[in-house]
Structure formats: C-alpha cells, structure tokens
Write a protein that binds this ligand. Structure first.
Ligand code: NAP
Length: 285
C-alpha cells in the first residue's frame, strides 16, 4: 500500500553507486586506491551502525577502509594526535570523524585539525564555509546532500518551490538549507522557537524534518500533495525506531514520502563514498 508514494533510499544509493564503481576502477587503473579512515571514540551503538553501513558501501564500491578506535576516556591531545596521523597517512584519502564527541573533547577545537582535503563529511570549517558560499571545490555534508539526491532522483522540482526545513543544526538543518538554496528553492528554516510551526510548515510544497522528535509531525502539518522527507532517527521506550514524521498519518496526505528506516540514512553512505573518490582525485592531482 502507498508504494507509489515511497521514496526509497536504496534505489538512490544503487543509482549513485553505479558511477562510483566506475570512478574507483578508473582510479585503480591509474595506480590510486581510495581509502576511508574512520576515527571513533569508544564503541557507541549509533557509531557502530553507521560504521557497518559505511564499510558495506565502501566494499560495494571497491573503496578500502580502516577504523581507528580510541578509548572512550582518551584525551583531546590523543584525539588530535590520531587525527594528525591520518592526515599524514598517504594511503588514506578520506577521514570520517564520528560525532558527537565525548565531553572531554571540544569539537570546536578539533575540527580545525582535520586536513580539509580529506574531510569527506564536511567537519572542517573550511568545507562548511564552502557549502555556505556555494563553492563546489569542497565536500558536501553526507546527510544533507543525501536529501538533495533523493529529491533529484525522484524528479522533485526544487526551483521556485517553497521548502520548509525543520531543524537548524550545523550538521543537518543549516547546510541542507544552503544546498536547497543552491537548487533555487525558496527555503524557510524552522526551529524550536518558531512561532505557529504548524501554520508555517503546512504552507510548504516540500517539508524536510531534521529535529529528532519521535513522530512529532502529523498530517496537520502537511499540505495535501506535499513532498515529505524524514531525516530524523528516533527510538521510543520500547526500542522502536522511527523518524520525526508520523508516517501512517502523513502518508495519506503526502504525494511522496521517505520511510524510516530505508530513506535518507541509506543514501548518506553513497554520498560519503562519492566524497572519498573525490578526495582521492584531489590528493593525487
Ligand atoms: P540537533 O543538533 O539536536 O538539532 C535539532 C534541531 O531541531 C534544532 O535546530 C532544534 O531547534 C530543532 N527542534 C528540536 N525540537 C523541535 C521542535 N519541537 N520544533 C521545532 N524544532 C525543533 O539534531 P541533528 O544532529 O540536526 O539531527 C536531527 C535528527 O536527524 C536526529 O534525529 C538525528 O538522529 C537525525 N540524523 C539522521 C541522519 C541520517 O543519516 N539519516 C544523520 C544525522 C542526523 P533549536 O536549534 O532551537 O534547538
């Protein structure tokens, strides 16, 4: 039921993967092998599931990978040292720093240490500023770019459309709104202090939710026929995983919608793989 309304991340990921495989083969023929290094602190379940997804995608694309796991009590100096070793390692094309970091490590300090040429998930302020200035020489953040790829794959016109992004974090909401602006959408960014949220959201042609609130958005927020993308990953008290969108309620109202799981998350690692290939090219130019 509602199959015709579904935007499945796997279809988009498979489509992106095809051209990544070709690019990796070309690089290997020239003597270069793209490689991802993942830097993590401790062994959190959220990191582990993203790590599994990234490793699977790398394998499908022919990209090598390695994981550097630091002790959960490691110091900031130890973290920076590990990051610098990866910066200097000539076999490593891309570095993925798992976030959020534990409290003893200040993200606002360590983000300046990553080599921006290897920064495949847009951690460095240099790459983030490139997203905001529309400079395509950097690396797009994987989740926000995954949202744009889903909309493009499913033929959703963005030019001139009214898009509401709910959430303004530096990891998802803000960079996503910039990417959508580059696609000529008319973007409104909402957050926890937005007044009359329901009124604002229910006027949008496209709604993208990245708030981290279990099934908060029901059909009252959605204009009939709107396109709905759910970035949220939440768990209820029974461990059930769901997004920010009350899927069963909203699917009747929307023209297209992403499920959770099986939506945005599935595309994120393909964008990551594409960024690793780009990094390998940049480093060996
Ligand atoms: P975050 O840093 O906690 O930011 C949440 C944002 O949502 C904030 O801007 C906050 O507003 C806003 N917000 C919270 N409650 C709200 C409410 N009731 N009404 C309106 N706005 C509200 O989270 P994040 O890192 O951006 O992640 C957001 C969600 O995406 C999480 O569920 C996360 O797990 C998920 N995520 C998914 C992927 C993926 O691959 N699918 C990747 C990354 C993150 P204020 O700024 O006013 O506080």
């Amino acid at each position: 039921m509602f199959q015709e309304k579904m935007m499945f991340g796997k279809n988009v990921a498979d489509f992106l993967t095809e051209s990544i495989i070709e690019d990796v083969e070309k690089l290997k023929n020239e003597g270069f092998t793209p490689k991802l290094a993942m830097l993590k602190v401790g062994n959190k379940e959220e990191d582990a599931s993203y790590q599994r997804g990234a490793i699977n995608r790398c394998r499908k694309c022919g990209i090598e990978n390695t994981v550097v796991e630091l002790d959960e009590n490691c110091t900031q100096a130890e973290y920076i040292e590990a990051l610098q070793r990866l910066n200097e390692d000539r076999t490593v094309s891309g570095i993925l720093c798992f976030r959020p970091l534990p409290k003893q490590i200040d993200e606002d300090i360590v983000k300046y240490y990553i080599n921006e040429k290897k920064d495949v998930d847009c951690f460095s302020p240099i790459n983030l500023s490139k997203v905001f200035s529309g400079d395509k020489t950097g690396y797009s953040p994987c989740t926000p770019m995954g949202v744009v790829e889903i909309l493009k794959y499913y033929g959703v016109e963005l030019t001139g459309k009214s898009v509401v992004v709910i959430g303004r974090s530096l990891v998802v909401g803000k960079p996503l709104s910039m990417l959508l602006l580059s696609e000529n959408a008319t973007v409104t960014v909402c957050h926890s202090k937005t007044l009359n949220l329901k009124d604002v959201v229910s006027n949008a042609d496209i709604v993208i939710s990245c708030i981290g609130r279990f099934e908060m958005i029901n059909k009252d927020y959605i204009k009939p026929g709107a396109v709905v993308v759910d970035v949220g990953i939440n768990f209820d008290d029974n461990g059930k995983m769901s997004g920010d969108i009350d899927f069963e309620d909203v699917v009747k109202q929307a023209s297209l919608i992403t499920p959770v799981p099986g939506g945005v998350g599935a595309v994120t690692t393909s964008v990551l793989a594409r960024n690793i290939v780009k990094a390998c090219k940049v480093l060996n130019k």
